[in-house]
Design a protein around this ligand. Sequence first.
Ligand code: ADP
Length: 206
Amino acid sequence: MSENVIWHRHAVTQKIRARRKSQRPLVIWFTGLSASGKSTIAGALEQILTQQGYHTYLLDGDNLRHGLCRDLGFSDADRKENIRRVGEIARLMSDAGLITLAAFISPFRDDRRIVRDILPAGEFIEVFVDTPLDVCRERDPKGLYAKAERGEITKFTGIDSPYEAPQNPELHLDSARLSVAQAVNQLLAYLGESGVLQAGYRPLVA
Ligand code: ADP
């Protein structure tokens, strides 16, 4: 970056935007294997938050690869760049005052830490959607594991590309044992306890 590019401080700040929305901005980052349930759980949580009047946005890995990240593949370098871009977008959304949900395999610990570090302290909630590989393989909603096993896709996380599980996530969802509703309730309880949500949310019926 050129030394002649100087940050411009604007009068309308994150605090002002968030106050207009009566909420605390936050990035809820879902990480886990493909088919672990990141998009499904994030989508269900977003629906509840929206119904309760919160302003949200869901960044979904597959969807962003159709646009912003369409030039990127699945090499380690491209995965890193993918998460860097998404992290910057999440930061902007948070700055806009939104509660952002991000569903990305994001297999590398360092890349997730970089996103955590560009956000103000306490604004990054790492949610490990911990579904074992054999369950993900069995679900295979998009047929991607079958393709990877036939060698039609390479560099597939869990097959021939590594997944580095979080060591200290804010929330660990044992999603092979939980229904989607139970996973969402666990998230709502966590968000309630940490003071992000106002009191009085109604849990989903499990
Ligand atoms: P990811 O975003 O992690 O790739 P998806 O949410 O796209 O995963 O797919 C997960 C699949 O598993 C969906 O078809 C979903 O309906 C199914 N599924 C079954 N049980 C669960 C559960 N307990 N939690 C989340 N998803 C589940």
